[in-house]
Design a protein around this ligand. Sequence first.
Ligand SMILES: Nc1ncnc2c1ncn2[C@@H]1O[C@H](COP(=O)(O)OP(=O)(O)OP(=O)(O)O)[C@@H](O)[C@H]1O
Ligand SMILES: [Mg+2]
Length: 272
Amino acid sequence: MKMTMPEQNTAEATTQTAAAAKPKISAHGVSVFYGDKKAIDDVSIDVHTRYVTAFIGPSGCGKSTFLRSLNRMNDTIASARVEGEILLDGEDIYRSRMDVVQLRARVGMVFQKPNPFPKSIYENIAYGPRIHGLASSKAEMDRIVEESLQRAGLWEEVKDRLADSGTALSGGQQQRLCIARAIAVDPEVILMDEPCSALDPIATARIEELIDELRGRYAIVIVTHSMQQAARVSQRTAFFHMGKMVEYGKTSDIFTNPREERTKDYITGRYG
Ligand SMILES: Nc1ncnc2c1ncn2[C@@H]1O[C@H](COP(=O)(O)OP(=O)(O)OP(=O)(O)O)[C@@H](O)[C@H]1O
Ligand SMILES: [Mg+2]
């Protein structure tokens, strides 16, 4: 016999199921240093597939630093050092034999400023699948390119100009191209660091719709300065302050009934 969920909303039912599942990413006691300055202090969090998890908090509190630690992007910063443990499907991503290129395909990233390669639209998408050997023929690659652009909601706008440069697209289109590029290598997690902050409200709305569609298959983590955006797109929210994760929970609880005074101050606009 099937139990009825107390919350009937389908989206919430989906997240309830996801909550019962194993976390996609599990961070334990993570601290991140730049030289001897501690930017992230002892953060533990579980991130689940089919959730959008929002990271919020005032500028400089460490959101980007922590986000980058989830796919070892901090490795590219010479002074950065990560302590603690970050598990992807139970596997430590900082262990020495982890293939970082493979890791970044599994945990893709979309940045604040759209950063398409100075190559054709087609090549922007095909590049990743090619280096990862995901297509065995031209037809197969064409299919991956089309499907990725379809899923990023860009196909109709670019299908007749695939040979044009990716940098010739509008800002909003470039950001969808970057999302299509992340999707093309069949990731499990997509990290987004303020993906809409350079976009107008219409382009932002499109990306938000896209994020909501994508969460059906991925774990998505988004850093945002917009409370409205966090409330619209996420199911879980983590509030960071001065390098610590102060509070983490259901987005609706964080915004309507935060446990911590500092969270309340932030969401009511008292600082930040
Ligand atoms: N490459 C770096 N080298 C040294 N210190 C850094 C570096 N990047 C960030 N920091 C420092 O780490 C702290 C956290 O920065 P981070 O960029 O993670 O904050 P943030 O929450 O993403 O801020 P914002 O909302 O402004 O993007 C800050 O004090 C910042 O100055
Ligand atoms: Mg940042």
